[in-house]
Ligand binder design. Structure first.
Ligand code: ADE
Length: 511
């Protein structure tokens, strides 16, 4: 991924970003950062780039021409197929958030335009800018610091920019909670002692203490986040009544990705919950009934005014994807223009301990006696992976997963023998073993590897198996995976957009 910063102060941004982790990533060619000096494109003999504002008012405005020419100097170099965004950093923009950083990390080329003086001539903004972004409700002297903040937050999401231990430190999920307090040596400093529980060695007690402190801190410092945390915690409690069937929704909440679109209490008939994954924008719907007879409540549920109808317009991808947890809502979704794609079983690995890897693969990437080694797939494997994968018909989806570092390949004698990955909504799947490598435990090695990575990060591994996929069912049983009794239903709706605009949407998941 490349960042291009259009600025009047190139040294300022380059000095800042060439340091620390972003600097290391540039040196290792993981990202590219260039600063383009807008003044170099001035046609004025004194190098001026600003002028008075029509209609009066204090201060000067940056003129359209030098900004446009600076932008053109970048755009000309780029391929027309590159996914490019042009961001104008301004206090009048949309507030920058972690989920915006995640979305921007999907681009290939990010152009950041830094304003000065009273701003920039509106006409050039209309012509080149795709996003207006603010880093907070305060006014800086120029856009450079804001651009640097955005580059830093986006760059660390580019796969392999953070080393493993750095991402484990900062990426382990905390739901909607702030970080708990942390302590290092010595045990006593300025008369203050490290809390006893942290020295106890009892991990269960330590985790419980950390969670309590995180909740307390969030309540005191960020009442807005705390309110969201409470709403989602209440939903999670309801979902836990049928844990296996709702592990997808529970994990969205645990991983801090869930957006509560709606919750409707239908009295004695039960509670309806609609979540959206903040990253993939996939919707998840369920109705957890009370203990009424199934037939009776099915009819009630379908005829009730369901919150499913609130989805309209919330998803900005061309393909809207919806996961229903009860069959009787399929007709409701069909009325809304969705089509049923597949019926799946939720499969959950419920144990907290990592699986033994002996004999399956090596963590250092080396080759075992059985000949298998596992490492992330890179773009050179894209065509081969698309050619063999049994359900994905969209190479763009596979490309996106590889780019995110979410696909793992098993290699035997340097050849790709199979792969497995993580879907954009967080379930494990995309498993395929090439025919000539079957019966050599490749699938088991891959699944063990991916499960263990999830467990290391404090997540519960789960996936969805298409009903009737017996080979996968057998493997999951061997792995000790538990199945939910009820099915989930994947639906999708193609909006009135041209498919070229498709970003990372996909249709359903399947192990
Ligand atoms: N330029 C000046 N102030 C800014 C802010 N708060 N966010 C983004 N760009 C800015």
């Amino acid at each position: 991924m490349n960042f291009h910063i259009l600025t009047l102060f190139p040294e300022m941004v380059m000095q800042g970003l060439n340091t620390s982790i972003t600097g290391r990533a540039v040196q290792q060619n993981k990202i590219g950062i260039e600063a383009v000096n807008i003044r170099d494109f001035s046609r004025d003999k004194h190098g001026r780039v600003d002028d008075y504002t029509y209609g009066g008012g204090a201060g000067m405005l940056m003129q359209a021409q030098p900004v446009y020419d600076a932008y053109q100097s970048v755009a000309e170099k780029l391929s027309s197929e590159a996914r490019m965004r042009v961001i104008y950093v301004t206090p009048q923009g949309t507030p920058f958030t972690q989920s915006m950083a995640q979305e921007l990390a999907e681009s290939d080329e990010l152009v950041l335009l830094c304003g000065h003086y009273e701003g920039i001539d509106e006409r050039v903004l209309e012509e080149i800018v795709t996003d207006y972004v603010s880093i907070g409700d305060y006014v800086l002297t120029g856009g450079e610091l804001a651009a640097m903040v955005i580059v830093d937050a986006v760059a660390r999401l580019v796969p392999s920019v953070l080393h493993n231990e750095e991402s484990a430190q900062t990426e382990s999920f905390h739901g909607n909670l702030l970080e708990y307090p942390q302590y290092s040596r010595p045990v006593e400093w300025h008369g203050k002692k490290v809390p006893e529980v942290l020295l106890s060695g009892n991990q269960k007690n330590i985790d419980a203490w950390r969670n309590r402190e995180a909740v307390k801190r969030t309540r005191e410092r960020r009442p807005d986040l705390y309110e969201r945390y409470q709403e989602l915690s209440a939903c999670k409690e309801i979902l836990m009544q049928k844990k296996l069937h709702h592990m997808d929704m529970i994990e969205l909440i645990n991983r801090g990705r869930a957006i509560l679109v709606g919750r409707q209490d239908h009295g004695e008939k039960g509670t309806e919950i609609l979540l959206m994954d903040g990253e993939s924008h996939v919707f998840f719907h369920t109705w957890i009934g009370n203990d009424r007879k199934a037939d009776e409540s099915a009819a009630d549920r379908q005829s009730a005014e369901t919150i499913l109808r609130r989805m309209d317009g919330l998803c900005k991808y061309p393909v809207e994807v919806l996961s229903l947890h009860q069959r009787e809502f399929v007709p409701v979704a069909e009325e809304l223009g969705y089509g049923l794609d597949m019926e799946c079983l939720q499969a959950v690995y419920t144990r907290r301990e990592k699986l033994p890897i002996t004999g399956l693969y090596r963590t250092d990437g080396g080759v075992l006696e059985n000949g298998i080694s596992i490492r992330p797939l890179t773009m050179e494997h894209l065509d081969a992976a698309c050619a063999v994968y049994h359900t994905v018909d969209d190479p763009e989806y596979m490309r996106g997963r590889i780019a995110k570092g979410a696909m793992y390949g098993a290699f035997i004698d340097g050849q790709m023998a199979g792969f497995m990955g993580v879907h954009d909504e967080g379930s494990i799947g995309l498993l395929e073993v090439l025919p000539e490598y079957r019966r050599r435990h490749v699938a088991m090695a891959l699944e063990t590897y991916v499960f263990n990575r999830f467990i290391e990060q404090g997540m519960i591994p789960y996936g969805q198996i298409v009903v009737g996929n017996e080979a996968s069912g057998k493997l999951q049983e061997k792995m000790g995976v538990c199945f939910a009794k009820e099915h989930v239903f994947w639906l999708s709706k193609l909006r009135d957009w041209s498919l070229e605009e498709a970003t990372s949407a996909h249709v359903g998941g399947g192990l």
